[in-house]
Design a protein around this ligand. Structure first.
Ligand code: PEP
Ligand code: MN
Length: 357
């Protein structure tokens, strides 16, 4: 259990909380003074101890019962949020990151054109920057569908990214491809929904230093995505970005997946890692992608990954959910305004601390 104290808590109050902990049989208190907060770590078996025991102290801001399993990615101990930096673009800070591009890299011309379009999207004050997305190794439900052009497509994508000054994010499906993808200049490795619990892949990605965009599993729980992230961070790579993309449900007649926007806030409470949203795979329908994306921003997303194709009607995969370039333009403008609105509500947001008052 971790007890985070309010800023400015006096030594006397720290000692009172420590006494309250040590009054419980078998428990010990260990104090850590962080940049912003002092934290009291409760050591021992806390299974029978209610968090309310400590929440009643005025100097206590928050009490977290951490599942021992994801201690590295958990937001506890007054730890600052992780900022993932990709070629000077900060992910998880005050501004939004937008990742856009086609579902699949189809040809050098197509990805070059997509990069040009992304590079010309509006750069508002609340947009940290753009990345170029695109699938080179494609996880397809059917073995007869287009499987992607593989490493060749990563190279085409890198050329396009370099031409237009965009870092690239692309999916890795097999740990045997990591080395060659690094050589080809991948800036962010994407782990897709289907590989969200491929632990040998996650471990390998933990051993290298490029950032990893980890997607929620097809029916993954919140704890499962955090535990998957823990595999990567535990391996030595702190630069993990979580991505929600809807979950499999019974409601599939209308949308591809069940939208899971509210879970962004839950993750923002539980982890210091950045959390972004994929409205394309969450909904599967172009006409609701922008609305869903804006909900995600007001719902505390640090960014978006969105499918956009120069000519979505002719796309080799996921055309129905891919935005037309002019829609990507509208989304970028609206996203900037929505992020501004989100930032301006900060002082009105009810924190768990206020909710208890
Ligand atoms: C993708 O982003 O290209 C993709 C395949 O998404 P997901 O893994 O979320 O299905
Ligand atoms: Mn897709």
């Amino acid at each position: 259990m971790i007890i985070t104290l309010k800023q400015g808590t006096t030594e006397r109050d720290i000692r009172r909380v420590m006494c309250a902990v040590e009054k419980k049989k078998g428990l010990e208190a260990r104090v850590t003074k962080g940049k912003n907060h002092t934290v009291v770590e409760v050591i021992g078996d806390t299974a029978g101890v209610s968090t309310r025991t400590f929440e009643s102290y005025v100097c206590v801001q928050q009490v977290d019962r951490i599942s021992a399993e994801y201690k590295r990615v958990a937001k506890v101990g007054g730890k600052d949020n992780t900022l993932v930096r990709v070629n000077g673009i900060e992910i998880g800070g005050e501004s939004l990151v937008l990742m856009m591009g086609p579902c699949s890299v189809e040809s050098p011309e197509q990805i070059m054109e997509a990069a040009r379009i992304v590079s010309e999207l509006p750069k508002g004050n609340h947009i940290a920057g753009y990345l170029l997305r695109g699938g080179a190794f494609k996880p397809r439900s059917s073995p007869y569908s287009f499987q992607g052009h593989g490493l060749q497509a990563v190279k085409w994508m890198k050329q396009a990214g370099e031409e237009y000054g965009l870092p690239i994010v692309t999916e890795v499906m097999d740990s045997r491809d990591i080395e060659s993808m690094l050589d080809a200049g991948v800036d962010v490795f994407q782990v897709g929904a289907r590989n969200s619990q491929n632990y040998s892949l996650l471990k390998e990605l933990g051993r290298q230093k490029r950032p990893v965009l980890l997607k929620r599993g097809i029916a993954g729980t919140i704890d499962e995505i955090l535990l998957s992230a823990e595999y990567i961070v535990r391996g030595g790579n702190d630069d993990v970005i979580l991505c929600l993309r809807g979950i499999r449900s019974y409601n599939t007649g209308h949308y591809r997946n069940q939208v899971d926007v509210p879970d962004i806030m839950r993750l923002q409470e539980l982890t210091h890692l950045p959390v972004i949203y994929d409205p394309s795979h969450a909904t599967g329908k172009r006409d609701v992608v922008i609305g869903c994306a804006l909900q995600a921003i007001i719902g505390a997303a640090d960014g978006l990954i969105v499918e956009m194709h120069p000519n979505p009607e002719e796309a080799w995969s996921d055309g129905a959910q891919s935005l037309f370039p002019r829609q990507a333009h509208s989304l970028a403008k609206a996203a900037d305004e929505m992020k501004q609105a989100f930032n301006s509500t900060r002082e009105y947001r009810i924190t768990s601390e206020q909710a208890r008052e």
